[in-house]
Ligand binder design. Structure first.
Ligand SMILES: Cc1ncc(COP(=O)(O)O)c(C=O)c1O
Length: 497
């Protein structure tokens, strides 16, 4: 059963094949790969002896150390075993039956029920910086060279603790700079200690859901609303309760009288996502008192408030009341770039320690170099300059889009006010029109996001969410003209309701 000679030929053959392959793998790696796949494919069965390393080296014309390195690795991984005085053998193990190609499980079938449900909130991941991907900033306008210089500055001077596990809530200089900015620009009431740096708003939602709500607890969500937050709360087992949105933001009065109070209330008060309304002062006050009276927490997602075109940014909800029952969530994904993965929470003092501890346990802290670079970016004035430049750029891009859509608007296409943000909403006459335009756009390699997909209940309102911030002027003009022509072509033959 153990015939070392029988194996020599195929090892020689397999190694020759490996050597013929044009790649940069060292010889010992090639021998290892040849032996391992031979064993896995059953060319050497369990118990068979391997020729001695000396023999293999001579016959293959390679160094003995090369052979030993490959064999030692296979011994360590359990593919081979060594028996004292007898040599090296293929290990005994139960070969799992190889599934036939047809039996390979389909990825979708192998997802959990929860995973499957979460994907419904996930939307498209195909958000390229083209007309009309929503939520993508002008990446090419980011001052990359300046940013690289700041990163290098902090890479070179990185203190030892940045290499370690930490749970202090983030780099202190960034929390100081953010605190100044939030107090001044957003009227947030805070001290630097109350700020927890996260890897984006999404991680903030995750921590809030895990720490402040139990499975089955209710969370009021704006309807339509942000899929990222919906997915996060659903994955924590919370019960999502859609609350209608109108021109004054979330309309709690639309809920039936007997609706039980929630544990969490998720809001985008400065600029409702995706419809764009601002939460009125009356509703802000009512929600704050409702949360306080019912031991609930408001989650204020302030994702893009810097981009307001008709007035100064709206002050935060958090700053409206002393010790407000609000967790303020901020992100640099819109104002700088999403790949940065930096955001923050402003927490009431009593929640700081538990959030810091859970964050360090669940996600770990990190990105200290980027955090320190960002602190300088803010305190040296580059952040304010970049925001001002982007505000101008997005105002201009929105005007280009409106201009391109003007002929359709003259014929009845209704657009959102666009007084803020990075997208416009075009309201459509029917779901049939929405689907037809989305399909036509797909074929034309344009990304059109259907407004109805932002609703959790019912078929939603038909429309299109048209991101303009991240696309070039030329793409916006081209995309706008395309949409205008196709809207006009479709309304001629599609039913209007
Ligand atoms: C409403 C809203 N909140 C928050 C975010 C940002 O999330 P993150 O910081 O995780 O990138 C987005 C991004 O698309 C958003 O649309």
């Amino acid at each position: 059963m153990t015939d070392p000679n029988a194996n020599r030929l195929w090892i020689q053959e397999a190694l020759n094949l490996e050597l013929a392959a044009r790649d940069a793998r060292p010889l010992s790696q090639r021998l290892y790969d040849a032996l391992r796949s031979g064993i896995q494919q059953g060319r050497m069965s369990a118990g068979q002896a391997l020729p001695s390393s000396r023999q293999l080296a001579t016959e293959l014309g390679i160094g003995r150390n090369t052979v030993l390195s490959a064999v030692d690795r296979l011994l360590a991984e359990g593919f081979l075993v060594s028996r004292q005085g007898a040599g090296v053998f293929v290990a005994e193990w139960q070969w799992a039956p190889r599934p036939s190609c047809n039996a390979v499980p389909d990825t979708e079938l192998s997802l959990s029920r929860r995973g499957q449900r979460l994907l419904d909130f996930a939307g498209s991941t195909d958000e390229r910086p083209t007309a009309f991907a929503p939520g993508v900033p002008a990446l090419d306008q980011f001052p990359r060279e300046r940013w690289q210089r700041l990163l290098r500055r902090h890479q070179q001077g990185a203190p030892l603790e940045w290499f370690d596990y930490q749970s202090a809530g983030g780099v202190r200089a960034l929390r100081d700079a953010l605190c100044d900015y939030l107090q001044l620009s957003r009227s947030v009431q805070c001290r630097p200690e109350q700020i927890l740096i996260t890897q984006g708003a999404q991680q903030g939602f995750e921590l809030i859901a895990r720490l402040l709500a139990d499975e089955g607890d209710r969370v009021w969500m704006e309807e339509p609303g942000y899929g990222g937050a919906q997915a996060c709360f659903a994955s924590a087992g919370l019960q999502l309760e859609p609350v209608a949105v109108d021109d004054a933001g979330m309309d709690v009065a639309s809920l039936p009288d007997a609706t039980p109070s929630p544990r969490l209330i998720y809001l985008t008060p400065s600029h409702q996502y995706p419809l764009g309304s601002t939460l009125s002062l009356a509703r802000r006050t009512a929600l704050l008192w409702l949360a306080r009276a019912n031991d609930a927490w408001i989650i204020e997602d302030d994702y893009d408030s810097e981009f307001r075109y008709s007035s100064a940014p709206i002050a935060s909800l958090q700053g409206l009341m002393d010790n407000a029952p609000v967790i303020y969530v901020g992100t640099f994904s819109k104002v700088l770039y999403p790949g940065l993965r930096l955001g923050y929470l402003v927490l009431p003092p009593s929640l700081v320690a538990p959030f810091q501890r859970l964050n360090a346990r669940l996600h770990r802290e990190g990105q200290y170099v980027a955090q320190a670079a960002l602190a300088d970016f803010i305190s040296e004035g580059h952040f304010a300059r970049h925001v001002a430049r982007m505000r101008q750029c997005y105002r201009h891009r929105q005007a280009l889009l409106r201009n391109a859509l003007a002929p359709a608007v003259q014929q009845g296409l209704r657009l959102s006010s666009g007084h803020a943000g990075m997208h416009l909403v075009a309201f459509l006459e029917s779901h049939a029109l929405e689907s037809e335009l989305v399909e036509r756009a797909r074929q034309a390699d344009l990304l059109l996001s259907p407004l109805s997909a932002y609703y959790q209940q019912g078929s939603g309102r038909p429309g299109l969410v048209l991101g303009y911030a991240g696309a070039s002027d030329a793409d916006i003009e081209r995309g706008g003209r395309w949409l205008c022509e196709n809207w006009m072509a479709c309304i001629d033959h599609l039913p209007t309701a």
